[in-house]
Design a protein around this ligand. Structure first.
Ligand code: GLY
Length: 350
């Protein structure tokens, strides 16, 4: 087992306190870490077909070796599966396998798996425990932490969900080695967001040649500080939506062929341009941030006009009534929340 000194741990103190553990080779010992938060129970491992081939057996073996009974639900990979149908199948699977409130779920995979298995945990028997084992960069730095769970409706992404914190998040940095390049860059789109939000992440990217464990640690630690203060997104958790209003429109226009993190990096560029246009940021700071976004994702041209994006963003679930909270950039680690009416969005973003 890995030397515990090389594992980084972060305690997240929300309505439920839990650890995120970050290190290399953690998946093959998942059962050891999980035994510290749930014991002697049945575990439903929920994963997609791609991740199952890579890590399904490793996780099952470690769970069995540590005294757990395991049942496994595998669905077809991709955002199209994150719907009411697959969610219903997961619930039926849990019931058929007689999982009770003392049992637990593991979400093994990327954001789709984490969101959907998390939502099943939040709702099955009015809530059972779950553990996140994120295997994509995007899930490791963002979606596996903070307890947002959801599925999509035909009308839009993540329209049904719940806040439900996991018992534990196990981040195995080795899993990044198995990611296709585009999936890695997708995660770097969310890293770019954290770089604008947090000076430490910004300097790491600016310097280059960073250690992934350190990068993931800093992103999760930033998120920890935010969700500990505002778990239910009443106020500063909205910072984490930086770039997301345009990203939401971009994803929708592309019929979800542009993945989330990539769309976020395009959204960040739109917000950055407009922050300069509205004189919220000076030219020097603007150039610095632009460079860092580029360092994260490289060339990143958005195929849509701002008008098209704004029209598509109107159904953003972050809107309340006819108002939308736009997260603007005043500098590195300097963010402002700007509440504007949806029909002013296109006038404001140009
Ligand atoms: N992904 C943004 C949040 O968790 O609030």
């Amino acid at each position: 087992m890995q030397n515990s000194l090389s594992i980084k741990k972060i305690k997240i103190r929300t309505s439920k306190s839990y650890f995120a553990v970050i290190g290399s080779g953690l998946i093959k010992n998942a059962g050891v870490y999980i035994k510290e938060v749930v014991s002697d129970c049945k575990i439903a491992l929920i994963t997609d077909d791609t991740v199952d081939k890579l890590y399904g057996n490793k996780v099952c073996t470690s769970l069995i070796n540590n005294g757990f009974k395991v049942v496994k639900f595998v669905f077809k990979h991709g955002e199209e599966s994150k719907n009411l149908k697959t969610y219903g199948e997961i619930l039926e699977f849990l019931a058929e396998n007689e999982l009770t409130r003392t049992d637990a779920i593991i979400a093994l995979g990327g954001g789709v798996t984490g969101d959907m298995a998390g939502f099943a945990s939040a709702t099955y028997l009015r809530g059972i425990k779950y553990i996140q084992i994120p295997t994509t960069l995007l899930a490791q730095i963002d979606s596996s932490v903070g307890g947002k769970t959801a599925i999509d409706l035909t009308s839009g992404k993540n329209l049904v969900g719940a806040f439900c914190q996991p018992e534990l998040v196990i981040v195995d940095t080795d899993s990044l080695k198995s990611l296709p390049k585009e999936t890695f860059i997708d995660g770097m789109g969310e890293v770019a967001k954290y770089a604008v939000l947090d000076k430490k992440v910004f300097s790491l990217i600016e310097k280059g040649d960073y250690d992934m464990q350190e990068l993931i640690y800093l992103c999760i630690d930033y998120k920890r500080r935010i969700v500990e203060k505002d778990e239910f997104e009443k106020n500063i958790r909205k910072y984490l939506n930086l770039g997301h209003t345009p990203a939401h429109g971009i994803e929708k226009l592309s019929r979800y062929t542009i993945p989330h993190g990539r769309a976020v990096s395009m959204g960040l560029n739109i917000i950055l341009e407009n922050s300069l246009r509205h004189k919220l940021i000076n030219e020097k700071e603007y150039q610095k941030i632009k460079q860092v976004i580029y360092k994260c994702v490289g060339e990143n041209e958005c195929p849509y006009t701002v008008k098209e994006i704004c029209l598509a963003s109107y159904s953003d679930k972050k809107r309340s009534g006819d108002k939308i909270t736009l997260v603007m950039i005043n500098g590195v680690e300097k963010i402002s929340l700007n509440k504007i009416s949806v029909d002013q969005l296109w006038g404001y973003l140009n």
